[in-house]
Unconditional design. Structure first.
Length: 168
């Protein structure tokens, strides 16, 4: 019987930042413990960082609320950021004045940011141990004969072509 880990999420839609810029901060917190992720978001010097901090706090509060409603034991210290996404939102088309009465179009990008937290399993950690297989008989390795690499013969430099002035 597999134990399912419940995900708790929070979304912030229509944020006035490009998804690419939001992903810079989200990549810093992805996979970290909630406390460490909150500290990272609090001290990151990006304009979207306070929004992500608030969103992460909201996801943790959602986890507490849902666990209390369903009567599930939830260890908040054991939560980690399972998923952090910044998807494209709609684009706002704008016009910038250009020389000689013309206009250039540009797009203001919006992002939908999703943060989900989950509780780490009891045995799960960031470091996993790899068990070595039982003693395997080592076969003697045949040494390859050293083959002398032949260098290609050096090419002779071509004589420079005579110019018209030199011919006259």
């Amino acid at each position: 019987m597999a134990v399912e880990t419940k995900e708790y999420r929070a979304e912030a839609k229509f944020q006035r930042v490009s998804p690419q810029k939001a992903r810079l901060v989200l990549d810093l917190i992805k996979g970290r413990g909630v406390q460490e992720a909150l500290e990272t978001a609090a001290f990151t010097k990006k304009r979207i960082a306070p929004v992500i901090h608030k969103l992460l706090t909201s996801a943790v509060d959602n986890a507490k609320y849902v666990a209390e409603e369903r009567g599930v034991d939830l260890d908040v210290d054991n939560l980690y950021v399972k998923q952090a996404l910044a998807n494209d939102g709609p684009r706002m088309k704008r016009i910038r004045p250009a020389p000689m009465g013309r206009a250039f179009r540009y797009q203001r990008r919006l992002a939908h940011i999703v943060v989900s937290v989950a509780e780490r399993g009891n045995g799960a950690s960031l470091v996993t141990k790899v068990e070595e297989p039982a003693a395997v008989e080592a076969k003697p390795v045949k040494k390859a004969k050293a083959v002398a690499a032949k260098k290609p013969a050096a090419k002779k430099a071509a004589a420079p072509k005579a110019t018209k002035k030199a011919k006259e």
